[in-house]
Design a protein around this ligand. Sequence first.
Ligand code: CIZ
Ligand code: SF4
Length: 354
Amino acid sequence: PASDPDLVARAVKAKAALGDRLFVLGHHYQRDEVIRFADVTGDSFKLAREAAARPEAEYIVFCGVHFMAESADILTGDDQRVILPDMAAGCSMADMATFDQVEEAWDVLSDLGLADVTVPITYMNSSADIKAFCGRKGGAVCTSSNARRALTWAFEQGDDRKVLFLPDQHLGRNTAVLEMGLSLDDCVVYNPHRPNGGLTDQQLRDAKMILWRGHCSVHGRFTEQCVDDVRTRIPGVNVLVHPECRHEVVTKADHVGSTEYIIKTLEKAPAGSAWAVGTELNLVKRLAAEHPDKTVTFLDRTVCYCSTMNRIDLPHLVWALESLVEGQVVNQITVDPETTYWAKLALDRMLALP
Ligand code: CIZ
Ligand code: SF4
């Protein structure tokens, strides 16, 4: 449906009034009505770097989810304010690893004498305090484009090293098994709701990859059946999925990669080729519209938006912008200095990866 023309006009006016003091970031999974007001679009990693590259912007309005706004606050200056238009825009995956749960898991490893040989690696999609935890314990952050390099770095810290991978078990498993040649038996899943993670001491000792039991509710919905069905429906189709999808789905797909990789792959694809894309639906619909010379379809037959991404809508954006015009900063996201210090260390270790 078309956006309310009155709201569109108000957003245009508020943006013009704020000029260079304002910088609007839009994640690829945002609604069309919001993404049209973004000064730059990208995945979470690209957007965090874009925010850091705009020291002159007083206000960074982040159209995305909470952990992304936190990362922007960590990487920007003290006098810059990061604003999330709707505080309820969280991420169910990030919420699956709380600080207390991760501390408890670390205690389990310490009691077994394993903490010294474990390197914690957290996916970008995690709260600032989980990133800070990894910073403190000698670990790093990774994204879906550099997960392999981060794991390689972690294992190179010593012969007997293991990785505690947070919070997305699928990205961890897919990277370890499909990109690094580890076996499924090298991986165990740590369930924070069970004593000892639901694992025996021996399983924890033997594992190379301790995968946190988290997943993305959007990407986790694609099944092997979806892949089989689309291959029947569209002969010759290329199946392109994000590594947050389940291992069986990624194994059956033709191409796997980050959001930015998915976008580039479709740009390079020849006219007339057919693609079934397993990622968030706002993005897939836009890609289909941008490539009318190719067949671009959604991998599933049911609708699959990220409900928290979708919470950022035009009314919330207009409210945040008009408040700024009136001199009022609403929904500011701030990470305390201590957490910022350690989280930034973990982010810097990622940025220094070869
Ligand atoms: O699933 C997500 O939220 C992703 C892929 C975020 C991002 O941009 O890295
Ligand atoms: Fe979180 Fe998944 Fe939504 Fe990304 S798509 S914000 S990982 S729930």
